[in-house]
Design a protein around this ligand. Structure first.
Ligand SMILES: CC(C)(COP(=O)(O)OP(=O)(O)OC[C@H]1O[C@@H](n2cnc3c(N)ncnc32)[C@H](O)[C@@H]1OP(=O)(O)O)[C@@H](O)C(=O)NCCC(=O)NCCS
Length: 184
C-alpha cells in the first residue's frame, strides 16, 4: 500500500481519517451534481461508501486514494482519485477492467489537480494491477470530467444509461494504447 506523489500532490491509500472531509465533499452540491441522481450525499451514504472503500483496499490491495496538497503541515483531503474493480461487468467491455474516477474540492477546481492525479493512477492501474483496460463514466454535461478522460488518453466507447435513468458516457483506455502512448 504505497503512497503515490506527483509534482504538487500526495495520493495516499484511503485512510480512516478521511471520513470527515469525505462527508464534507459528498454533501457539497457542486460535487454531487453529476454523480448518479445528482443529490448531495447524506452522511450515512458517504460513511457507507467510506467503509466500502476501505474494504476494497483489503480485498484487492488498491482502490480510492486521497488527494492532499504537497505542502508541509497541510493534511486536508482536497479530493479523491479512485480506482475500483467493477462490481459487475459492463456490456461490451471485456474483463479485467478497472474503473477510474475523481472528485476535487471546488475550492481547488481549474488548477489541473484532477488531471495530475488521474494520470498517475492510470499508470498505477496498468503497471501494478494488471488492468487490461481502464473504464470511466460521466454524465455528458460534466464537461470537466470528459476533458480529463480525453487528456489521459481515453476514448469514447458507448453511450448508456445509469441506475437513475441518467445519460452516461462510457470511455475506455486499452492497455495496448497506453503502452503505445507511454513508449513513443
Ligand atoms: C471533474 C472535476 C474532478 C475536475 O477537477 P479539476 O481539478 O478542476 O480538473 P482540472 O483542473 O484537471 O481540469 C480538467 C478539465 O476540465 C476543465 N474544467 C475545469 N473546471 C471546469 C468547469 N467548471 N467547467 C468546464 N470545464 C472545466 C478544465 O478546463 C480542464 O480541461 P482543459 O485543460 O482541456 O481546459 C471537478 O469538477 C469535480 O470534482 N467535480 C465534481 C465531482 C465529479 O463530477 N467527478 C467526476 C464524476 S464522472
Amino acid at each position: 500500500m504505497r503512497t503515490l506523489t506527483t509534482e504538487r500532490l500526495i495520493l495516499p491509500p484511503w485512510d480512516p481519517r478521511f471520513e470527515e472531509d469525505f462527508c464534507r465533499l459528498g454533501a457539497d452540491p457542486r460535487v454531487s451534481r453529476y454523480l448518479g441522481d445528482g443529490r448531495p450525499w447524506k452522511p450515512e451514504r458517504t460513511v457507507a461508501r467510506h467503509g466500502e472503500i476501505l474494504a476494497h483496499w483489503r480485498e484487492h490491495g488498491f482502490g480510492w486514494r486521497g488527494i492532499l496538497l504537497r505542502e508541509p503541515g497541510d493534511e486536508a483531503l482536497i479530493g479523491v482519485a479512485a480506482l475500483s474493480r467493477l462490481s459487475k461487468p459492463l456490456p461490451g467491455v471485456d474483463e479485467p477492467a478497472i474503473e477510474i474516477g475523481w472528485w476535487v474540492d471546488p475550492r481547488h477546481w481549474g488548477k489541473g489537480i484532477a488531471t495530475e492525479a488521474a494520470a498517475v493512477i492510470r499508470d498505477e492501474a496498468f503497471t501494478d494491477h494488471g488492468a487490461a483496460r481502464l473504464v470511466a463514466r460521466y454524465q455528458p454535461a460534466n464537461h470537466a470530467s470528459g476533458n480529463i478522460m480525453r487528456k489521459i488518453g481515453m476514448r469514447h466507447h458507448d453511450d448508456t444509461t445509469g441506475p437513475y435513468g441518467e445519460a452516461v458516457r462510457l470511455y475506455v483506455l486499452e492497455r495496448s494504447d497506453w503502452v503505445t502512448a507511454t513508449h513513443s
